[in-house]
Design a protein around this ligand. Structure first.
Ligand code: DON
Length: 305
């Protein structure tokens, strides 16, 4: 398996030259577009990796999986889905158009920015600090990495330039879909996006999702079976945004991308996969990362369909 991963990293590195680093969060421009790393953790807890799999990056939209898990655990699915729907959009991850033009006011799904700001607002906690602590604590458990923390530089960079997310959040507040202090909710959202992890951490997280919400390494349940099932389903239909259909056809596994270049993927009952390649395609997904996942899916027959 190590050999296969090394071959796939070598083969797909070249795509780093065809993609673009995310520039709307200026600090993300510091990444090396040619980095590529991949890691697998199977449900028996075995680890395999190759390339830049120990390099830290910010998880960005992959944090939407965490806020959905916590929001579901805190509120139950009925209450969560009163505030956010579960339908794919076919629009970009930061699109605002549906919030006004469609008759339903709920954001379409928890994986686009509007929907994730809504789920983040539903996380329980005494105050912002407490809620952030819960998010980080969950990430540490799901990755078995007690060092998971926030990249302050990326956080400050996004807070300074995050006007699109402010627009989405204030719009949702104006139509009653977001409750509470908008700036506080955005602060928490920007911070969760700036959590740092590496490809191995993501593979660990993916292995928990593959194992129905229980850690393969110490048997701890981190979410209910139902939450785990819902999250994986929404990853399939919406996790790669307006590329989710194509990803399902060609790769066929639940996955969530982030503009930091990470992809968290999970093959039910088999393994978690983490990929890092910061050069993105036009839809904001790791270009080389998608190619690695496509090859892996073919080599190991991973499609769930
Ligand atoms: O809110 C944003 O725009 C970023 N913090 C996260 C977006 C993102 O990762 C989209 N994913 N591919």
């Amino acid at each position: 398996m190590f050999k296969l991963l090394e071959t796939l990293v070598e083969k797909n590195k070249k795509y780093g030259n065809d993609g673009q680093l995310a520039s709307y969060i200026p600090a993300l421009l510091e990444a090396n577009p040619n980095d590529l790393g991949v890691a697998i953790v199977d449900v028996e807890g075995r680890k395999y990796y190759a390339g830049q799999c120990e390099k830290n990056f910010t998880i960005q939209s992959i944090s939407k999986v965490v806020s959905l898990i916590l929001a579901l655990g805190d509120n139950g699915r009925t209450n969560v889905f009163k505030r956010v729907d579960v339908e794919p959009t076919g629009d970009g991850f930061n699109s605002i158009v549906n919030l006004e033009t469609k008759d339903k006011k709920r954001p379409y799904n928890p994986m686009i920015n509007a929907g994730a700001i809504a789920t983040t607002s539903l996380i329980y906690g005494e105050d912002g600090e407490d809620k952030l602590e819960r998010i980080i604590k969950f990430m540490r458990k799901a990755t078995n990495n007690p060092n998971i923390s926030i990249n302050e530089e990326v956080y400050v960079s996004e807070r300074r330039t995050g006007d699109r997310n402010r627009a989405l959040a204030y719009f949702m507040k104006s139509n009653g879909m977001l409750q509470g202090d908008v700036e506080e909710i955005l602060e928490l959202y920007f911070r969760q996006c700036s959590i740092e992890a590496n490809a191995i951490d993501l593979a660990m997280f993916g292995s928990v999702l593959a194992n129905d919400g229980v850690t393969p390494w110490n048997g701890e349940r981190l979410m209910s079976r139902e939450t785990c099932r819902i999250v994986k389903t929404i990853m399939v239909t919406c996790g790669m945004y307006d590329a989710s259909g194509e990803f399902a056809v060609h790769i066929g596994i639940p996955a969530k991308s982030g503009v930091g270049g990470g992809i968290l993927a999970t093959v039910p009952r088999r393994m978690g996969i983490g990929v890092y390649g910061p050069a993105l395609d036009k839809k904001g997904n790791s270009l080389a990362g998608i190619h690695v996942l496509k090859d892996l899916s073919e080599e190991l027959d991973l499609s769930i369909f």
